[in-house]
Unconditional design. Structure first.
Length: 512
């Protein structure tokens, strides 16, 4: 009951005309920056940070609430429409979302993303308000061995369970880990796979890899089939962004499942929303196989978009709780928000609620306001965003290429990154040509460095004893669940292969 009273006081501070204006401006600017390829929500917060320095703290953080969730929606908008997610947390949303957009359901896809973002963010922010002290304790039980087990679980779940072919999934995982190993080895200071180029000592940026695989890879793929497949994209020029009741009922369980995946991960410093979004997507793909859903992987499944979108925003909501209560930034965007707090002379942590309670509760209230405002803004404008797809394909994909190159160059001003962008784009093209999945590459690039660091840290603590990797109930549970999932996946693959052989044999008999 105390939290409810404090939250209402926060609403009293936030619900003033000038503060509502700052939330609106933040939401619009965050979405606009998030849509640009190569930038994204973290970059939106970083770029707009100087804009808030002239504002009083309450107004500044209320504006940040709009930027925070607006940038996340911008990430998804770019991924759904252009197959170029603004941030790695939106990668899983692009798989089914872009398929929906290409097959005439862009506005429906954007509406699904907007409602999923609202539901995931609303539930997670509510959990932060009422259960922050309890939820934060969950993050403290994770040590190096638990983080490594979590990474292994994500690697194999995405590569072997979610992928159509186990061999291709493992091959894609190997490509991602190879890219992740480029740079300076932290503990020893040794350069690895840098070809003697100092520009590669910091490794290959996730932005370069994401934009190269998804954006340029798609451009090369479309260009290679431009004459063989001239009408591959069916454009949606009419219609509103509302989804009907049937679609809402279909998506609601996926939104809730995605939220259940995302909310706990916001408290764990595992790099952001990548793991829960991929796990949510993988769950929906597995369920689609059981239901024999013909839309998944072909024309685009609304459930395959709804789950990762809700997971991403649920993670963002609880990540804000971890930042405020522990001072622990669990994602790049949260780290920049931490810098914003420190700019105003405040250190997030347990004492923040006592020393700056008015500001904290106004910020939490503004998160609710930002979610509602984004829903109000983006549902009417989703069909306007969808009109990007009415641009002729040669202009559209040329524009994607230009924005991709400009976005990558703006981050580091490095020509090496541009050459890497082209090379990785060609890798993405070849992967599409030979049906090698992209998701394992991306999850390996994102979690590979963390897995290596935590493995070394665990072995250093145990003085080389491998038993530490399975020395806690959490690690044992993760590995057992993974073994069961791998066995079930292997049986399903064998059954599908047997069914395919029977179907092929029956077709041959009919032909004879």
């Amino acid at each position: 009951m105390d939290q409810i009273g404090l939250l209402f006081e926060g609403f009293a501070h936030a619900l003033t005309p000038i503060n509502l204006l700052w939330v609106l401006i933040g939401a619009v600017l965050g979405t606009a920056v998030g849509v640009l390829p190569g930038l994204g929500s973290a970059m939106a917060v970083a770029l707009l940070l100087p804009v808030t320095f002239s504002l009083e703290p309450t107004a500044a953080f209320i504006m940040f609430a709009g930027i925070y969730f607006g940038g996340l929606f911008g990430d998804s908008t770019a991924g759904i429409l252009l197959n170029t997610p603004g941030n790695s947390s939106a990668i899983a949303s692009t798989f089914e979302g872009h398929r929906m957009a290409r097959n005439g359901h862009a506005a429906k896809a954007l509406a699904t993303a907007a409602i999923g973002a609202f539901i995931g963010g609303l539930i997670a922010t509510t959990l932060v308000v009422f259960f922050a002290p309890t939820l934060v304790k969950l993050a403290t039980v994770f040590g190096p061995a638990e983080y490594f087990a979590l990474a292994v679980f994500a690697f194999l779940a995405i590569s072997a369970v979610v992928s159509e072919s186990v061999v291709r999934g493992i091959a894609a995982l190997g490509i991602g880990l190879a890219l992740a190993l480029v740079g300076i080895d932290g503990p020893s200071g040794t350069a690895r796979f840098t070809l003697g180029l100092p520009q590669l000592f910091d490794g290959i940026s996730v932005i370069v890899i994401t934009v190269g695989l998804l954006a340029l890879g798609e451009v090369f793929h479309v260009a290679s089939r431009i004459h063989r497949d001239p009408v591959a994209t069916r454009l949606e020029t009419r219609g509103n962004a509302r989804i009907n009741f049937k679609d809402f009922r279909k998506a609601l369980p996926a939104w809730l499942r995605g939220t259940a995946f995302g909310a706990p991960f916001g408290l764990i410093p595992a790099g952001g929303a990548e793991v829960p979004t991929f796990l949510a997507y993988g769950t929906e793909k597995t369920l689609a196989k059981r239901r024999k859903d013909p839309e998944f992987g072909t024309t685009g499944s609304i459930k395959g978009l709804a789950a990762p979108e809700a997971a991403a925003n649920a993670t963002a909501g609880t990540a804000m709780g971890a930042l405020l209560a522990l001072g622990l930034p669990t994602s790049a965007t949260a780290a920049i928000m931490l810098a914003a707090f420190q700019q105003y002379g405040m250190q997030p942590g347990p004492l923040l609620f006592e020393r700056s309670g008015d500001l904290v509760w106004a910020l939490l209230a503004s998160l609710f306001i930002g979610l509602v405002m984004l829903l109000i803004i983006n549902l009417p404008f989703a069909s306007v965003w969808a009109k990007l797809l009415t641009i002729p394909r040669h202009y559209l994909y040329a524009g994607i290429t230009v924005f991709s190159v400009l976005g990558v160059y703006a981050v580091s001003s490095s020509l090496i990154d541009l050459w890497l962008l082209i090379a990785i784009g060609l890798v993405g093209f070849m992967m599409r040509r030979y049906s090698i999945p992209l998701a394992p590459v991306l999850i390996a690039v994102i979690l590979g460095p963390m897995a290596e660091t935590e493995l070394r840290r665990a072995l250093a603590v145990s003085e080389g004893d491998l038993g530490i990797l399975v020395g806690s109930p959490i690690t044992i549970t993760l590995y057992l669940v993974l073994v069961v999932a791998l066995l079930v996946s292997a049986l399903q693959h064998l059954r599908h292969r047997r069914d395919d052989r029977r179907a092929a044999a029956a077709q041959e008999l009919e032909t004879v």
